[in-house]
Design a protein around this ligand. Structure first.
Ligand SMILES: Nc1nc2c(ncn2[C@@H]2O[C@H](COP(=O)(O)OP(=O)(O)OP(=O)(O)O)[C@@H](O)[C@H]2O)c(=O)[nH]1
Ligand SMILES: [Mg+2]
Length: 424
């Protein structure tokens, strides 16, 4: 259970005149809060060009919020952006209730949902990087007792010690994560070298990525939940395409608007799974009225992790939740997209067909003539390539094979070929 569970909160957001996205941003913040069990009692949006550097909201607005909170026994203020350490301190002193920002909310969700050793370390790292410039409290209070300007009070020393401790911990976490990354890189390298096609399912949190992986692979054991950020670390499964060819699918951490930088950095090695795939499925929840903005911010995250010029298929999910005329209008607007319901299994064949098309376009072909005794060495790749048997007798075989470049190359290198005239 999160430490904020059951708290009633007011959510505040600053929205500039030009920023149409922010209305949705606060609704999204409400969803994030719900994931932690926080009850959003009210949402306040202030229109101004920029957040106030001292109090985030204008002081007049903040006063109104303070009165509201006092009258309604609100115990938490949640701010829709990352606050500077100064803003956070000022707001808390002024409001006299706990104040958390969007980054803290997301960090808290991540820390609740991290299950793997790597995920836990990644979250701890992100949290410490966030907390380091915000250290205060005991240390600072003590330092006020410590003499006049220019002298370092006892509190400052405590603060300095805390800082050093956190920096040391960050450094040792970095080292541990580098080790884990090396391990992950090796596994990934052997996966990439194996030559199998890898499809990654990317997209906004809650778009239905894990549901899709579960439905494609037939595996029930994949965590699906209406909570945000249920999946943090990558899950990889084998999926067979029409015709029986096996490709690998990976599902990983979801995206969100204003994904905190500390998290992008900490989760970089996890997000890199997307970077090393052959095809990206960009999954979008069609039933979400803000899906267009979510598409934009998902592509932004892809850019941020360095994905350029990669085959990306836009896939609209949850078609079962929208009326058919609405669905039609989206189809017309996005003629190249695929429309599915991962939950009900609608449109899955089209999706697999599209992936098959891609794999066929990337496949390479070879006609090979080899001794019958070599047959087993070819058939062990049969899940990942297409084989057309042209000749097969006790002496030799002639096959047309087509498949991923690396696998076909591997076969060409390892097989003892029969030259013309060797066998009849
Ligand atoms: N109606 C409907 N609900 C769906 C569909 N696909 C997924 N859902 C629901 O959407 C919610 C989120 O699904 P997940 O598969 O956990 O989403 P995700 O993209 O993996 O989310 P994170 O791991 O949190 O990023 C769950 O409640 C699913 O049951 C669908 O096609 N139709
Ligand atoms: Mg998931």
């Amino acid at each position: 259970m999160s430490k904020f569970f059951g708290k009633s909160a007011v959510l505040v957001s600053v929205q500039s005149e030009f920023d149409i996205e922010n209305f949705e941003s606060i609704d999204e913040l409400e969803e994030l809060c719900k994931t932690l069990g926080i009850v959003a009692v009210d949402k306040v949006i202030q229109r101004r060009n920029k957040a106030d550097p001292v109090f985030y909201l204008g002081i007049g607005k903040l006063k109104t919020v303070r009165e509201y909170c006092q009258h309604n026994r609100i115990d938490l203020l949640v701010v829709d952006d990352e606050l500077t350490p100064v803003q956070q301190r000022n707001i808390e002193e002024f409001m006299r209730i706990k104040t958390v920002d969007r980054t803290q909310v997301i960090l808290e969700i991540f820390s609740k949902h991290a299950t793997t050793a790597e995920g836990k370390l990644q979250v701890e790292m992100a949290r410490l990087v966030y907390e380091l410039p915000r250290l205060r409290g005991k240390g600072l209070e003590l330092s006020n007792q410590g003499g006049g300007i220019g002298t370092r009070g006892p509190g400052e020393k405590v603060l300095e010690l805390d800082r050093r401790r956190i920096k040391n911990r960050i450094n040792s976490l970095k080292k541990e994560l580098i080790k884990l990354k090396a391990n992950r890189d090796n596994i990934r390298k052997s996966r990439v070298e194996s030559g199998y096609y890898i499809v990654s399912i990317a997209g906004y949190t809650n778009a239905g990525k894990s549901t899709l992986l579960s439905s494609l692979s037939g595996e029930k054991n994949i965590l699906v939940s209406d909570k945000l950020f249920s999946t943090l670390n990558p899950t990889i499964r084998r999926v067979s395409l029409p015709g029986g060819r096996i490709v690998l699918f990976s599902d990983t951490v979801g995206f969100i608007r204003k994904l905190p930088h500390t998290l992008i950095e900490a989760f970089h090695s996890t997000l890199e799974e997307i970077l090393y795939s052959d095809i990206i499925l960009m999954l979008v929840d069609i039933s979400d009225p803000c899906y267009k903005n979510k598409i934009v911010s998902s592509y932004r995250v892809l850019e941020e992790i360095g994905v350029f010029n990669k085959e990306t298929i836009l896939v609209f999910n949850k078609v079962d939740l929208v009326p058919s005329d609405y669905l039609e209008s989206v189809r017309i607007e996005y003629p190249d997209a695929i429309f599915i319901s991962a939950k009900l299994g609608i449109g899955i064949e089209n999706l697999l067909e599209r992936i098959s098309q891609y794999t066929h376009n990337s496949d390479i072909y070879a006609r090979i003539k080899f001794r019958y005794s070599e047959k087993g060495n070819i058939l062990k790749f049969s899940e990942f390539i297409d084989i057309d048997v042209l000749v097969e007798n006790d002496g030799y075989c002639v096959y047309d094979i087509c498949g991923p470049e690396k696998i076909v190359e591997k076969i060409l290198k390892s097989i003892d070929f029969v030259k013309e005239g060797d066998v009849r």
